[in-house]
Structures are given as C-alpha cells and as structure tokens.
Design a protein around this ligand. Structure first.
Ligand SMILES: Cc1ncc(C[n+]2csc(CCOP(=O)(O)OP(=O)(O)O)c2C)c(N)n1
Ligand SMILES: [Mg+2]
Length: 392
C-alpha cells in the first residue's frame, strides 16, 4: 500500500481538531510542507514533487489563491444583492483547489462538484460562465470541451462515476491524460463514489479521487460519517491513498502530481484526502452558526491557506510591494469582470429552455416547443417579447 510507505515523522496540519474526532486506524501522518506559520518543512517523500517550483511560481500560486478568494467574496456579495439565486462559497479551500488544479495538464479532464469554482478559474472558465447557473440563466455554464472541465455536478458524488468512465475511455484510446474528480467528505458515504472506486480499481483506470474534507456535509460533521480517516476508506478498494494538509498549497500540489504521474504511467487510481475547512456557510442559504461552534472557526482561521503562503513568501523575502500590488490589481480586475459579466448577462427567453436538451433534432421536444410557443403567443403580447421571434 502506498499509505504504508508514508513517513511517520511528518507533523499533522494543526491541532487535535484536525481529525474532528476521528479514530485513525493506521496512525499515518498528514503530508505538510508549509506550517500554518509559513515555515517550509521538509518531507522525505514529497519534497521531490515540488522541487522545481520557482519563487515566481510560488508567487503565482499565491496570486491564484487571492484571486479565487476574491471571486468567492464578489459572488457572495452578488447573491446578497439579489443578482444570484444561490452561491456555494469555497472560503478556506483555496489551497486544495489551486494546488491540485495547477498540477494538471490542459488535456487532463476535471469532473467536479458545485464548490470547485477555484478549479474552474484555474482551468480558464470564463468568469461570467461560472455564475450562469447560479443566476438561473441556463442549466449549465460552459462547453466542457473548451476547458476540459465538466460543468459542476449537484448530485452528490455522481461526478466520480463520470470521471471513472472517462478514465476508462482514456485507456481505450491509449492516451496518457488523466481524469480527476473532486468531491466532499460527505460524498464518500454515497453509493456512487464507492461504485466509482470499485470500477477504477478493477480496471486500474487513470483517475484521481480528490476529496476535500472540509469537515462538514451541510450540518453533518465528518466525524459522524467516518470513524476512520477518509483516506483510509480507499484501502478497502485497493486504491492507494494519501492524506494531505489541504490548507497547504505545496503539499496538495506534491500529492496531486504524484497521483497524476502514477495514473499516466499505468499505475491506476489514487485517492487524495485534502484536510481543509469550509470557513463559510454550505451555501448562501445556510446559517452555520445554528450547528457549529465559533471556536472551531477560530482554530481554522489560524491555519488559513493564504496567510501561510504569504508567510512563506515573506520569510523568503519575496513578498515585495510590487508583488502585493500586482496581486491586488489582478484580484480587482477579476472582481470587476465577474460583476460586469453577471449583471450584463442577457436574460434567458422562455423558449430557451428547449435549447441544449438534445444535440440532434428530437420530434417529441419539437412538439412541446411548438405547444409552448403557441401558448405564449396566446397572451397576444403586443411587443412580441413572448412570441417566438421575440424570444430568439
Ligand atoms: C444525491 C444527493 N443527495 C443529497 C443532496 C443534498 N446535498 C447537497 S450538498 C450536500 C452535502 C455534501 O457534503 P460534502 O460531500 O461534504 O461536500 P461539501 O458541500 O462539504 O463541499 C447534500 C447532502 C444532493 N445534492 N445529492
Ligand atoms: Mg464537506
């Protein structure tokens, strides 16, 4: 087992709350390369996977994380201002998303849940397209093949099956790309995720199971879902696994690169548990103060993923005024673009609901469209706004 090879000496990400009451069956350590205080600590196995990361690239990872946090803040504000129906914040999970997404090649394919808006940014998804669904303007936000990332899955865990199927396709094609699927701690209790792991292990498919253990599945704490570390669940399927400090962008990158390399060279699937924390509500419709302790939030604020990279840059003398200004300018520009893209998004027309249902003509759907269009016309809208012409 891969987990058995993990060194015992590495320090866990933080205080005892990190395990959220888990009873670790194996006592394996959590991979960490940057401490919460911003100190780079060496790791016998994982240092090698990020040795090539230059100072400039470290600055760029920092920029990504700041920008992603800004996207999240801006989208939350847009929801509060009535411009979005709902938003699922990723606050606190920036390192997990950036560290893993930046380890991918363009021809790798991502299958995510609704919370990986930071991954979408890294894949190059158009900013407004990230918001389309949350504004209620369309059933999905972008063409998956332009960025090699499927549109977010709301059905918990279903995307792990899609990723595994895609990975089996990669094998059939004889290609060396990989599929990566993102899901939460709660999703690991779903049948879909377990079935996906059975198939991935049986066929040794090139898929990475990337679990962001953010400690909560809405109001359900992770300790109720699993009495062992989530990473240890994978061994029951014969899938090598690793638990990393999910608030440590370098540790996440190192573990993801290792898993990708294994998958590219016929080594099959890997399960990564990135231990992080959902600092905000489940969605903007949720009030976490009703079910969780404020102390928990305070403990995790001390392990903030952005603060620790900033700390590392500072220790290395890389946190210059120029870098700070450049990062702030980028975050401002992205926030402006996101807001403008949201507010200027054309409203969908009633008949648009029939678009993108089938890729080929479908007589059954055409008939419904015809009925609906005649129904709309029956209102005799004088400006034609609801007529078929007006709708197109
Ligand atoms: C199959 C299914 N069951 C239930 C839900 C309702 N639901 C939405 S989010 C969620 C919790 C998911 O928690 P987790 O997997 O930890 O992901 P997180 O939201 O923490 O990122 C649930 C139960 C759903 N969307 N799909
Ligand atoms: Mg969760």
């Amino acid at each position: 087992m891969f987990t058995d090879e993990l060194g015992q000496g590495g320090n866990a990400a933080g205080g005892p709350d990190n395990s959220a009451g888990h009873h670790s069956g194996t006592g394996e350590s959590r991979v960490q390369l940057i401490t919460p205080g911003g100190e780079r600590v060496s790791h016998p196995q994982y240092d090698a996977w990020v040795r090539d990361v230059t100072d400039e690239q470290l600055g760029s990872l920092y920029e990504d994380m700041v920008v992603i946090r800004r996207i999240d803040t801006e989208a939350t504000a847009l929801q509060r201002q009535g411009e979005l129906g709902l938003w699922p914040p990723l606050l606190g999970q920036e390192a997990s998303q950036v560290g893993s997404a930046r380890a991918l090649r363009d021809d790798d394919f991502v299958f995510s849940s609704y919370r990986e808006n930071g991954v979408a940014y890294c894949r190059g998804v158009d900013l407004a397209d990230i918001l389309t669904v949350w504004r209620g303007n369309a059933s999905s936000g972008w063409d998956p093949y332009t960025v090699n990332m499927a549109t977010p899955q709301i059905i918990i865990g279903a995307q792990t099956l899609h990723a595994t199927g895609y990975a089996m396709g990669i094998q059939n094609d004889g290609a060396d790309s990989v599929a990566i699927t993102y899901f939460g701690d709660g999703a690991t209790s779903e049948g879909d995720v377990n079935e996906a792991m059975v198939f991935a292990a049986s066929f040794q498919s090139p898929v990475i199971f990337f679990c962001q253990n953010n400690h909560w599945a809405i109001s359900e704490p992770v300790r109720l879902q699993s009495h062992i570390r989530i990473a240890d669940r994978a061994s029951g399927f014969g899938i090598p696994s690793v638990q990393v400090d999910g608030n440590d962008v370098l540790a996440v990158m190192a573990a993801t690169r290792e898993a990708i390399e294994r998958a590219r060279h016929g080594g099959g699937p890997t399960f990564i548990e990135a231990v992080t924390y959902r600092m905000g509500p489940h969605t903007t419709a949720d009030d976490p103060t009703r079910y969780r302790d404020a102390n928990e939030l305070e403990d995790w604020a001390a392990k903030d993923p952005i603060a620790r990279v900033k700390g590392l840059l500072e220790r290395k003398g890389l946190l210059t005024e120029q870098l700070e200004a450049q990062v702030a300018a980028k975050a401002d520009a992205v926030a402006r673009e996101l807001r403008a893209g949201c507010i200027n998004m054309p409203d969908p027309q009633p008949l648009d609901i029939f678009k993108h249902v089938y890729s080929t003509p479908n007589s059954w759907l055409d008939r419904q469209e015809d009925h609906y269009s005649r129904y709309l016309a029956s209102f005799g809208d004088p400006e034609g706004a609801n007529s078929e012409e007006g709708a197109r």
